[in-house]
Structures are given as structure tokens and as C-alpha cells.
Design a protein around this ligand. Sequence first.
Ligand code: PEP
Length: 260
Amino acid sequence: MNSKRTPLIAGNWKMHHGGASGVTLAGEIVALSRSVPHVELLVAPPFTVLAAIAHECDGSKVLLAAQNVHEKDKGAYTGEISAAMLVDSGCTWVILGHSERRQMFGDTDAWVARKTAAALEAGLSPIVCVGETLEEREQGKTLEVVLRQVAAVTEVLAKASLPVAIAYEPVWAIGTGKVAGPAEAEEVHAAIRAALAKVAPALAEKTRILYGGSLKPDNADALLACTNVDGGLIGGASLDASQFGAIARAAEGLAIRFPS
Ligand code: PEP
């Protein structure tokens, strides 16, 4: 954690809590947000409940994100949702290029870059997810893969006046209970920041680089304390307000320890 950037703790709800239970969970997160004044909190529920959660979070500091967007602003794209529609629903952020989308729904680097541009154009801040598979890590290709994914969006991010974030999520750590060690995470986060700095030093300074992959209350302190880790993107543990709150409080403790 670095005092130059406000920590961001983001919950990716995936395909859970798409109705009334999502509104209840959002209400619990609004309540806990008051105890972490130095941390930004974000929730990314399913599309179906975005507008209701926007209402629930209104007047609080909890940010609302979608989990994906289509690159076009309107048209014959059955089943898709545009960035303008997400803005209309109350979103200010969107998660892009999550490994589940890359692996199961064919999101490529180029497509993620176009979605990132479309999001920014409509006024949405992106969290662009990057990360290597276990096979790629075992072949020693972690940095090659991650930096290729980052390079695909760097020019687009560099033009953004809105806040932006990159989430480093080793695919082998997502939903598996296996977590990158702090040294492994810091190596990749530092490499991402250095790659951004080569193209746009101001972008490197402002970008929050989040760690994601089995981030839980019991490992949050060690991971969030890494110099280039500016927060977390949390799947499983974000579905429970007490676990999400415990991770947010770990970030709050570190933010207080390293004041700006
Ligand atoms: C995720 O899906 O972005 C994620 C990090 O999931 P989990 O925390 O469950 O590993």
C-alpha cells in the first residue's frame, strides 16, 4: 500500500445476489463503509439488481460497478448492455476482462481494449483484470502474459481523465483457495506499474493495482501491505458483509499506518 493512492476494496459478486438478497447485502456494505473512512468500497452485482443497488447506495460512498459491458453504444446486440445503459443504471465503474470472461466467453485483449475505450467514453471507470493461468506460471510466462494484457489497454487508459484500476488476478488463485504470496503478488504489481510508467508516468502514479484471487480476512493484511498493492478485487469473500468488512478494515488499518 502506498499513501499516494486511496485503497480500493471491490467486491465482484459474479452470478450471485441478483435480486432482493443483493439489496440487503448492499445495505450491509453501506453500513460498514462508515467505519472505513480512508478506503473506497465498490460492489459489482449482476445487471438485474444494479438500479436497485444504486438506490440503496445513494448518498453513501459505496461505488457501483457492472461486471461487463458491450463495446457498442446501441444496436442489434441481443442480450448485451451498453456503457451508457450502465451509467443510466447508476454505475460509475465496470469490471472488464475478468478471467472468467476471457476463458468462457472469448474476451480477447483487443476486445477488452475496445470495451475499456467504450466504458471511458461513456464516463465509466474501468477495472481491467489481467492474470496468468497455472500452466503459464509453470512455464515461466507470468510477466510476459500479464504485461501483454496490460499493454493492450495502456494507451486507452493513458488518455483517461477518470480514475482507473488494474486487477492482477492469477487465474490459478481465483475461487481456489490458493493465494499468491505477498512476494509473488508484489513482483507482478511492481512490473505492471513499471510497464505503465514507461508509457505514461502519470498513469503509473494514479492507477490502483488491485490484487484478486482468494483474498480473505486472514491473508488481507499481508497482501495489502505490499508497496504496489492498492486494494483488492474480491469474489467469494465479497458475498458476506462480515468477511468483506474485515478485508476493508485491514485496508483501513494500513491506510492509517501509512498516511499521505
Ligand atoms: C474474482 O473472481 O475476481 C476473485 C478474485 O474471486 P475469489 O476472491 O473468489 O478468488
